[in-house]
Structures are given as structure tokens and as C-alpha cells.
Design a protein around this ligand. Structure first.
Ligand code: ASP
Ligand code: MG
Length: 472
């Protein structure tokens, strides 16, 4: 089987971690799999590059940044290529070339003082270009031929710098042309995550955290058997383990559960990441490079069909509930449309909506950072309705959204009763509720300071600390 394996920043954060990543790739190859590796930048490197770009755009270019990046990568190379001076020198030369390019970009930026999204991509994408030669060297040291591959030669994207989208057809063609010959030769190619290029060859990035997306895009482009995401946790958990002590890793979930969980703040997989793999029905495994013996979580079309009801509980913080209320709103058409026009104009992302059938109140949840702006814009747009008294109040309140997620909540009666019973007996007030008609999640708005307790109460009520008992 062809496996696309992605290693995140902490999984390639030091020479030791890179050696372990290489071992994991070589192990899979030893079991007869064909392997393509996708690597992130070493941990914290992308942040450093982004900071350097912003500093340079204010006219300050600090050569110490280059030195710092050189030292970090050079030290890793010395360890990884110990005993192979020729390989070491070659990798250091590759790193110097990338750093030269980075320095020129920052220096130019410090003269022109204008940081365009395109230039920011060129700079922030350097971390992966620095990491790939290291990972390839480690794989060679572990006994398999390997070479770094610049994803600008493989992943073709739109021109949305800072958050480009892949173009599947040209990507499939380029990926096959560039990678198949390497794979056929028995190599383990190491592709830079996070970056791609426009049809004209201009470097783009897929958005922060985009290396998972790269792996899924390449998995789809190469028709891989599986995509493995090596990270630093034991797969997708039933709740955030820092909040719920007995949270458990789930062996198998569906793409839709994974995307619900990602949407509701579980940090393991970005929902976009799943799409390319999902479209081709390629299973994605989330594995822990710090605990490779753990089976992690497999994300597939069917998921775990034997588990009914709620599978996981998650929460979104730093959100605000915007409520538009007034007894005069009843039967007056257009207020909802006006309100959501404003929200769209402000480019605020709505996480949840609820309206009581009395129509005296509509409320929705958006990120708290957007709330003041949206409330101001709503008060302006609905000024007439406010003056006439149709609307009495437009208010915002800092809240949290807690969501219970599971494919097989659908058609399982009694779930809402359990949810409200659990919250009621923990003394937690529910401010608003919404259930999507997919019945894959129930979302509740609670006070910010009740969020952790609400998550724990639901986790307990659905016995998520215990491995599920299969039923039919
Ligand atoms: N290095 C990039 C970032 O930190 C991409 C990634 O790690 O997935 O955002
Ligand atoms: Mg990362």
C-alpha cells in the first residue's frame, strides 16, 4: 500500500525526533509499503519566520535570526549525519541556500516596508524547505534512499496567498510525474508540507497548520491507500484531556465526526484537511510519534458503526452570543435577513444560530474578537427598528459552545434528555441550544466559566471514559 505520512513540528523538533520520524517511515517501508513523507517545519520555526517578516517590514532586519535558524538546523544535521561528512556538507549547503533566499527576501522587505501576503508566504514557507533536507538525510542514515522534494513542484494552488486552495487535477499530474519515479526507485521522498505554488510557479501557503492539508492533498493526488498524520497525541480523544482527566482515544471515527469535532475546536485535525482524503475515501490515521505503539484513531467513511449515541464532547471558547430581541419583532419580515447581511459584510463566521418560535429573539454565536464590530454594525443597520421599538436590544455576552458529537446520535432517542439532565444536575444553566438536522451534534451555549464543567458532566453522563460496547 502507498502511505503518505506527515510529521508535525514537534515530531521533527530536534535531531532525536527527526531520527525517530525517519525510523517510523523506514519501518513502514520495511513492511512492504511505499512511503511518501510530508514534513512540517521544525517546531516554532514558522512563528519565528512570520515574526522576522513583520519586523523586516518595519525596516528592521536582524541578521541574528538567520544565525539562529542556521544553528538550530546545523546542530540537527551534525547529529543526523554523524559519520557521513559528505552527506552532512551537502545538507548544510541546501540549508544555506534556503537561508540566503530568506535573508534576501527579508532584506528587500526592510527596504520597501511593504509586507504583501505573497511575500509573507515566500518567507513563512521557508521552514518546511529547511526541514525536508534534514528528514531526507535521516531516512538515508536509517538505510533507505531518500531526497527532499519542494512542494512548489508538486502542489498546484489558487492564488489566495496565505490560504491557497489546491487544484486537484494539475496537482495529480505533477505529483505523479515528480514522485512516482522516486517511489519506483525505492526512495522515500520527503515533500515540504504547508506550501504549494500557483500555476505560474509562485510559492503559496495553505494556511497555518497546513501540513496536514498537504498530506491529504498528496494522498488524494497519488491515490494513496492511507494517510498517516504523526502528531504528539494518541489520536482523537473523546474530550480535551487537559479538561477531562479520563478522556479516551477513539479507535475509529467517521469523516463527518472528525469534521464536526474539528469545527468545534478539537485541535487534532482541521476540517479542511479531511476533504481531499474524504473525496477519495482514503482513510486517515492520527498517530502519536512519541508513542508509536498506540493505535491512534482511524478516520474513515463508515467510522465505528457499532457505537450508538454521543461519541465525543468538545467546546469552543472565546466566542460571544449576540442576541437581537424585542417583542415587536414578531411577524416583521426581513429582520433576520438584515441581521445576517450585516454579519456577512463584517466577514464574521457564524458558529451557531437559534431562534425561538415566538420570534422574540434571535441569537447567534461568533468569535469574541469580532463581536464589538458586529454589534456596532447591527445597531447601525437596524437603527430604524430600534427607534420604532420593534427591536428592544442588541446585546453580546461572552459564552462558550459545548457540543456533543456522534454520527449515531441520529435516531437514538433520549440523548437530549440525558444532555439536559446532566447539565441540570450539575447546576449549569443552558443559555441557548441548537441541533443540526443531521443530528450529528447538539450544541449548547453556556456561560464561559461553566464550559469545562459542562464538558465533564456530558462526558460522564454518556460514559465516554469507557470503551464503547458494540451493539448491532
Ligand atoms: N509550519 C506550518 C505552521 O506552523 C505548517 C504546519 O506546521 O502544519 O503553521
Ligand atoms: Mg504544526
Amino acid at each position: 500500500m502507498l502511505i503518505v505520512m506527515k510529521f508535525g513540528g514537534t515530531s521533527v523538533g530536534s535531531a532525536e525526533r527527526i531520527a525517530e520520524a525517519a525510523r517510523l517511515a523506514v519501518d513502514a517501508a520495511g513492511k512492504g509499503h511505499r512511503v511518501v513523507v510530508v514534513t512540517s517545519a521544525m517546531s516554532k520555526v514558522t512563528d519565528l519566520l512570520v515574526d522576522a517578516a513583520h519586523t523586516a517590514s518595519r525596516g528592521k532586519w536582524d541578521p541574528a535570526v538567520r544565525q539562529q535558524l542556521l544553528e538550530r538546523h546545523r546542530q540537527a544535521v551534525e547529529t543526523l549525519c554523524a559519520g557521513n561528512a559528505a552527506d552532512r556538507d551537502q545538507v548544510i549547503a541546501q540549508i544555506e541556500t534556503q537561508l540566503d533566499r530568506f535573508e534576501k527576501l527579508c532584506f528587500g522587505l526592510s527596504m520597501v516596508h511593504e509586507l504583501t501576503p505573497r511575500l509573507l508566504d515566500a518567507i513563512s514557507g521557508t521552514g518546511e524547505l529547511l526541514a525536508a533536507p534534514l528528514v531526507a538525510a535521516a531516512i538515508r542514515a536509517a538505510g533507505r534512499p531518500s531526497s527532499p522534494v519542494d512542494a512548489t513542484e508538486v502542489i498546484v494552488t489558487t492564488e489566495q496567498f496565505g490560504g491557497a486552495e489546491p487544484l486537484p487535477e494539475p496537482t495529480a499530474a505533477k505529483a505523479a510525474a515528480r514522485l512516482h519515479p522516486l517511489i519506483e526507485r525505492g526512495e522515500i521522498p520527503v515533500v515540504t508540507g504547508f506550501i504549494g505554488a500557483t500555476a505560474d510557479g509562485v510559492l503559496t501557503t495553505l494556511g497555518r497548520g497546513g501540513s496536514d492539508y498537504s498530506a491529504s492533498i498528496l494522498g488524494a493526488a497519488l491515490d494513496a491507500g492511507e494517510v498517516w498524520i504523526w502528531t504528539d497525541v494518541n489520536g482523537v480523544m473523546t474530550a480535551n484531556p487537559s479538561e477531562v482527566a479520563d478522556a479516551r482515544s477513539m479507535a475509529e471515527i467517521s469523516y463527518s465526526e472528525a469534521s464536526e469535532l474539528a469545527y468545534y475546536g478539537a485541535k487534532v485535525l482541521h476540517y479542511k484537511t479531511i476533504l481531499p482524503a474524504f473525496r477519495k475515501r482514503i482513510p486517515v490515521r492520527i498517530l502519536n510519534s512519541f508513542n508509536p505503539a498506540h493505535p491512534g484513531t482511524r478516520v474513515s467513511v463508515e467510522g465505528d458503526t457499532s457505537t450508538p449515541g454521543v461519541k465525543a464532547v468538545t467546546s469552543i471558547r472565546k466566542v460571544s452570543l449576540i442576541a437581537i430581541s424585542g417583542t415587536g419583532m414578531q411577524g416583521i419580515p426581513g429582520i433576520v435577513a438584515k441581521a445576517f447581511d450585516v454579519v456577512a459584510e463584517q466577514q464574521a463566521n457564524v458558529l451557531m444560530i437559534s431562534q425561538a418560535s415566538s420570534e422574540n429573539n434571535i441569537c447567534f454565536v461568533i468569535s469574541s474578537s469580532e463581536a464589538p464590530r458586529v454589534v456596532r454594525a447591527l445597531r447601525t443597520a437596524l437603527e430604524v427598528e430600534l427607534l420604532r421599538g420593534h427591536i428592544e436590544e442588541i446585546a453580546d455576552q461572552a459564552v462558550a459552545v459545548v457540543a456533543a458529537v456522534g454520527d449515531r446520535m441520529r435516531g437514538t432517542p433520549g440523548i437530549a434528555a440525558t444532555v439536559f439532565g446532566a447539565l441540570g444536575s450539575s447546576g449549569i444553566n443552558v443559555i441557548a441550544i441548537s441541533q443540526g438536522s443531521s443530528e450529528r451534534n447538539i450544541s449548547l451555549v453556556v456561560g464561559e466559566d461553566h464550559a469545562a464543567e459542562a464538558v465533564r458532566a456530558l462526558h460522564r453522563a454518556f460514559h465516554l471514559d469507557r470503551a464503547p460496547v458494540p451493539v448491532g
